[in-house]
Design a protein around this ligand. Structure first.
Ligand code: FE
Ligand code: FE
Ligand code: ZN
Length: 292
């Protein structure tokens, strides 16, 4: 069965109920959210009543909590250890974030591995491993999914070797896995038209069972551009057909696919989310232009 949803909001007023209802408005059967602002570590207490209410709605609509994804804020950079206090702050923050994910009843959090700031790539990878080993422990039943990155600036985790290096260094093997991102793959130099060849490579080096989520995005930039700018499905350089083959790939059956495409704006005051249309197109396996 196709598990397909998008990034949705999460606010203090409606909590998880708002996120679930937003996902349902797109006819999605899963979703991904940040537990607070994506670009900061500010977090508020989570409303437990809203969790209970949200789970009732999820049950009524066959949304399985195993398919719901939380995304860690992107400012967390475990690769940079030039300021030990800051590094430890991020480690602590991530620990708390994993506890929040646990409390919400979910079990997957996507993490951008990090950027090699003030260090070599090798040192950066080592710092990420150390940081993750400080975050994970026996009690928290949440898996960290390392996202494959585009290679913008000094980003780490931009090829299978770097992802494997991190995976190999993490102690709790059952709590570390991978999230693919099609825009990032394209921008890092992987041709999505040859996605099966990539999966072969992935299987040889890492093992397909470690792919636990896929971010489905078109790209504004050509293959290997190292840019990371997401485009709406069917409007970018990857194209609808190639992305359709990704989400219907037999080897990824049952894995949650999450859209992180930009909202569409006709003009600056009139913005709308594209997800309902993108999901409909994917379900129909037919591209219908929804941006006029
Ligand atoms: Fe991401
Ligand atoms: Fe992504
Ligand atoms: Zn991205």
């Amino acid at each position: 069965m196709l598990i397909l949803g998008s990034h949705v909001g999460f606010n203090n007023k409606d909590g998880l109920v708002g996120s679930v209802n937003e996902a349902l408005s797109y006819n999605a059967n899963t979703f991904m959210f940040y537990t607070g602002p994506a670009q900061s570590t500010l977090r508020s207490e989570i409303d437990e009543n809203k969790i209970y209410e949200a789970y009732k709605i999820m049950a009524d609509h066959n949304i399985n909590n195993d398919n719901v994804i939380v995304h860690a804020p992107y400012i967390v950079n475990l690769a940079n250890r030039s300021d030990e206090r800051k590094f430890l702050f991020y480690v602590d923050f991530l620990k708390e974030e994993l506890n929040r994910v646990n409390k919400l009843g979910f079990n997957k959090i996507v993490l951008h591995p990090g950027s090699a700031v003030n260090c070599t790539r090798e040192e950066g990878l080592k710092n990420i491993i150390d940081g993750i080993n400080m975050v994970l422990d026996n009690d928290i039943n949440v898996t960290i999914l390392l996202e494959t990155m585009a290679g913008k600036g000094n980003e780490l985790g931009i090829n299978l070797q770097e992802i494997k290096t991190i995976l190999d260094g993490v102690k709790y093997k059952d709590k570390i896995a991978v999230c693919l991102d099609t825009c990032h793959l394209n921008d890092s130099g992987i041709d999505i038209n040859k996605f099966d060849e990539y999966l072969d490579e992935f299987d040889k080096i890492i093992g397909l069972n470690l792919i636990r989520c896929v971010h489905v995005n078109d790209s504004m930039n050509p293959l290997g551009s190292h840019k990371d700018r997401h485009h709406n499905i069917g409007y970018g350089t990857i194209g609808f057909d190639a992305l359709c083959k990704v989400i219907y790939n037999k080897r990824l059956d049952g894995i949650p696919f999450i859209l992180e495409t930009p909202w569409v704006n006709r003009n600056s005051s009139d913005e709308y989310p594209p997800y309902k249309f993108e999901i409909e197109n994917f379900k129909n396996k037919k591209f219908i232009d929804f941006i006029q």
